[in-house]
Ligand binder design. Structure first.
Ligand code: AP5
Length: 212
């Protein structure tokens, strides 16, 4: 039967890197609220009683986009998916409770990475403006600086990967999302994986967890 996998971790823990690989390995949908929001950055939220009028404004500030918007994205994506790897959701307890109402999970996996490593990973990340492939200037450099190995597109820095916004994203993570990790831990549903190995080492551990 198709798996329902949740990948939890701080910004930069490697959720996107590993989710893509797990989805390919186990023939699952990669459901990611971050990518969905980046594809709809300028969606008009002015009819909602919210602080900002677009997802872009929340993301550039490092704040969470309102639950109403992300819950809708997840409902639609999960309805279309048989098995999935969910990445970037839930990010607060309300989202975790909503998720438990709409689906069950086979595994909730937490990628554990220290704060200083997270900052280095995020500020050094570069993303292809054409195909979305992700690199790191030091840890996963392209063959030619600034050029995507996959498609030759230009590599750029995400708007929210500046040091100031990264620090705010981490603050928001510790305040809102760490309690979600604790929520799954208290229920005995959390599997913890050391996220500081090489991408191949982390992937091998994740495959073992999913196969178990
Ligand atoms: P989102 O896009 O989900 O970002 P994030 O959670 O902050 O995580 P990242 O994508 O930045 O990191 P990652 O863990 O995927 O790391 P990656 O694999 O790329 O969210 C962005 C924004 O959208 C939020 O701030 C919020 O505003 C909004 N949002 C999204 N979901 C929401 C929700 N549910 N509710 C409300 N708002 C929401 O790796 C990072 C770097 O490290 C890369 O350069 C990579 O090459 C490198 N790397 C990866 N693995 C390793 C390794 N093992 N060793 C060395 N380097 C590595």
């Amino acid at each position: 039967m198709s798996k329902h996998i949740l990948l939890l971790g701080a910004p930069g823990a490697g959720k996107g890197t590993q989710s893509k690989r797990l989805a390919a390995e186990f023939d699952l949908e990669h459901v990611t609220t971050g990518d969905a929001l980046r594809a709809n950055k300028d969606m008009d939220l002015s009819h909602m009683d919210t602080e900002f009028d677009t997802p872009r404004a929340y993301m550039e500030a490092g704040e969470l986009v309102p639950d109403e918007v992300v819950n809708e994205i997840v409902v639609t994506a999960l309805a279309d998916a048989d098995g999935f790897v969910l990445d970037g959701y839930p990010r607060n307890i309300e989202q975790a409770e909503f998720l438990s109402e709409i689906t069950d999970l086979d595994a909730a996996v937490f990628l554990d990475v220290s704060e200083e490593e997270l900052v280095d990973r995020l500020t050094g990340r570069r993303v292809c403006s054409e195909c979305g492939a992700s690199y790191h200037v030091e840890f996963a450099p392209p063959e030619e600086a600034g050029v995507c190995d996959e498609c030759g597109g230009e590599l750029t820095q995400r708007d929210d990967d500046t040091e100031e916004t990264v620090r705010e994203r981490l603050r928001v993570y510790y305040e809102n999302t760490e309690p979600v990790v604790e929520h799954y831990r208290e229920r005995g549903e959390l599997v913890e994986v050391d996220g500081e190995g090489t991408p191949d080492e982390v992937f091998a551990e994740l495959v073992a967890v999913v196969e178990d």
